[in-house]
Write a protein that binds this ligand. Structure first.
Ligand SMILES: [Zn+2]
Length: 275
């Protein structure tokens, strides 16, 4: 599933091409991605509505519309968001979920092969309660070491689970939780509320560093993730642990272990470097 760096990359690519444009003749090809909005209300709201701002919250793209509504797109594992400046080819039309004209021959497309993504349409009050339920953005300037420590001390969960808990911290998923824990030298199974101050400080620094570096590399592409211009990200070549179980640790050469016991997801770590 795309995490903060991937969605940030998509949003940065889309923003200059969508902001200020008016959505024309929107079409929805599959309604099973809709969450708490009907096809009729979605299309009626989007039609002739102008995109005022394209931003990101946690792992979601947010299109703020002139009507005050927000279209939230959670792309999921196989979702792509793109703007085409020409007609789509028949191959490009396959798996399109939502499409809207932008004028001058341009088209905004949400494509999702397995339709694991979600579309929401929220008015202003619904948006405020939605965003209030999500934790702070880890790259926000005011998300300092004290703010990070205060969030992690709230939970007895394993620190890896805590990092991925969207109510505690926004946008971190399995890839970047694994990487940040390795870089900080912290055992992923340790209880979040029992980390020492220096472990918390290292983890805070590495969460922000790995997300920043991944954005600079335009995200991690394993399978279907593409940037907002249809390209692959580059951070898969810079991962230390994620997807590398059974390979040697880049720091000490010990064979990396993979376990599913922490959160049923693959956790890969070095038992020697991470304590
Ligand atoms: Zn190691």
């Amino acid at each position: 599933m795309p995490e903060l760096p991937e969605v940030e990359t998509i949003v940065r690519d889309l923003a200059p091409r969508l902001t200020g444009r008016t959505l024309q003749a929107p079409r929805l090809f599959h309604a099973d991605v809709l969450y708490r909005v009907s096809r009729r209300r979605l299309l009626a709201t989007l039609a002739r509505n102008r995109v005022e701002e394209v931003s990101r919250r946690a792992k979601h793209a947010v299109l703020r519309l002139a009507s005050g509504d927000r279209l939230i797109i959670q792309p999921g594992m196989t979702g792509n968001l793109l703007v085409y400046d020409r007609r789509l080819t028949p191959a490009e039309r396959r798996y399109v979920v939502l499409l809207a004209g932008l004028g001058k021959g341009a088209t905004f497309v949400y494509r999702d092969v397995r339709r694991l993504g979600t579309l929401l349409l929220l008015d202003e009050p619904a948006w405020r309660s939605y965003t209030a339920r999500i934790g702070p953005e880890p790259l926000a300037p005011d998300f300092d070491g004290a703010a990070f420590a205060a969030r992690l001390r709230r939970t007895r969960q394993a620190v890896k689970k805590a990092l991925m808990d969207q109510h505690l911290i926004a946008g971190v998923g399995n890839i970047y939780a694994n990487e940040a824990l390795f870089r900080a030298g912290v055992d992923p199974s340790r209880r979040a509320d029992r980390l020492e101050p220096d472990a918390l400080a290292r983890l805070h620094r590495e969460v922000r560093a790995v997300l920043t570096e991944a954005i600079a590399s335009k995200g991690t592409t394993f399978r279907d993730y593409r940037t907002g211009t249809g390209r692959r990200g580059g951070f898969q070549f810079r991962l230390h642990v994620y997807g590398r179980g059974g390979e040697p640790c880049t720091r000490c050469g010990t064979i990396l272990q993979t376990t599913h016991t922490i959160d049923a997801r693959a956790t890969t770590f070095c038992w020697r470097c991470q304590t």
